[in-house]
Design a protein around this ligand. Structure first.
Ligand code: PLP
Length: 372
């Protein structure tokens, strides 16, 4: 058997993630690998922390990039901040809320589920009712941007309700960070996690997370052992601490962190508000073009994510055939429907570097041909 280098095709990624990675970020990835405790690398890690604080709009000192994908960010929030004695209210309106439930069940905490229909935002009144009915609740968890449906929940209001009932909040911002308005400190979010591969347009495999002082206090106050050694943030803290004394915990993905640093520098150069606005503008252009093709959205307009557009597959079309046509003829990836929407919807991502006019134009022209 002869093996040779793997040369991937040049695709345009307009699915649910990963999104297009810019040449600038890819070239950062290819810089020389240095030791993960090298003073130069440690200085860069400090910049990654500061840039993540900017992206999350927080002053939380515990803001780091976890060496693992978004799913590990989710799990890190749950295993560190939920004990078997807690009662956790999880709002579920898609696949990723269901994964939060899995986490709570595995920890053995008491679970209260607030279900909202797929394709809709979490209904704040339902959360309020659940918290009134469960005065022992101590944690509220929800997904800000549900990638499986394209719905954006009102994180600010949900956090206000949670705070009124004295609950810690865990928020999934895997798809929202950089693409939707998100203000961790102003909205009172206690624990938040994201992913590198969506609106930050970095390579997959890193999960930015941030814990408020209240969340860190809860973690430090625990006397039991966190069930996951790798995700135990009381150990990871020593590695990411800003006091100059870095203790070895694991070997960081050095080059991936160069890439994350570069993508965050790009976000900072653009300005976070401008990035939110660009996603919004590109969504409007895409929506206009889709309307001209008589293609309908699944999510009501005021609950739609700009960066993840879930549309109904027009009657009579073969889902897989259309997506293969786009991939083979245009090198264009769009996403299939997930869960309840499998076979019924397509998901068009406009995330990070992919949220550009040329991508919108390509996608609309390719779709027009595909459905003709
Ligand atoms: N949460 C949401 C909302 C997601 O969209 C995803 C991935 O698509 C995840 C969590 C899991 O992230 P990862 O695939 O990086 O583990």
């Amino acid at each position: 058997m002869n093996y040779s280098s793997f040369i991937p095709p040049q695709r345009t990624l307009m699915g649910p993630g990963p999104s297009d990675v810019s040449a600038r970020v890819l070239s950062a990835l290819a810089r020389p690998t240095i030791g993960h405790l090298d003073p130069k690398f440690v200085t860069m890690m400090d910049e990654v922390k500061a840039l993540l604080q900017y992206a999350f709009q927080t002053k939380n000192p515990y803001t780091i990039a976890l060496s693992a994908p978004g799913s590990a960010g989710m799990e890190a929030c749950f295993v560190n901040l939920v004990t078997p004695q807690d009662t956790v209210v999880v709002c579920r309106n898609g696949v990723f809320g269901a994964r939060m439930i899995e986490n709570v069940e595995r920890i053995g905490a008491k679970l209260v589920v607030v279900d909202s229909p797929w394709g809709r935002a979490v209904e704040p009144q339902q959360l309020e009712d659940a918290l009134k009915a469960n005065p022992d609740a101590s944690v509220v968890a929800f997904v800000h941007a549900e990638t499986s449906t394209g719905a954006r929940s009102d994180a600010k209001t949900l956090c206000e309700i949670a705070a009124k009932h004295d609950c810690l909040t865990i928020v999934d911002a895997v798809t929202s960070l950089g693409g939707s308005e998100l203000k961790v400190d102003e909205w009172g979010i206690d624990a938040i996690y994201s992913g590198s591969q969506k609106c930050l347009s970095c390579v997959p495999g890193i999960s930015p997370i941030s814990f408020s002082e209240k969340a860190v206090e809860k973690l430090k106050g625990r006397t039991d052992k966190i069930q996951s050694w790798f995700l135990d943030q009381s150990l990871v803290m020593g590695y990411w601490s800003g006091d100059g004394k870095r203790a070895y915990h694991h070997t960081a993905p050095v080059n991936s962190l160069y890439a994350l640093h570069e993508s965050l520098v790009m976000l900072h150069e653009e300005g976070i508000e401008n990035s939110w606005q660009r996603h919004h503008n590109m969504h409007n252009k895409l929506a206009e073009g889709l309307a001209a093709l008589d293609i309908e959205f699944i999510v009501p307009e005021n609950e739609r994510l700009a960066q993840l557009n879930t549309i109904k597959i027009p009657a009579g079309l073969d889902d897989a055939k259309v997506r293969s046509f786009l991939l083979n003829e245009f090198n264009l990836e769009i996403g299939a429907g997930l869960g309840q929407f499998a076979g019924e919807a397509w998901r068009i991502g406009l995330m990070g570097f992919a949220a550009r006019q040329e991508n919108v134009t390509l996608c609309l022209a390719a779709l027009e041909q595909a459905i003709a």
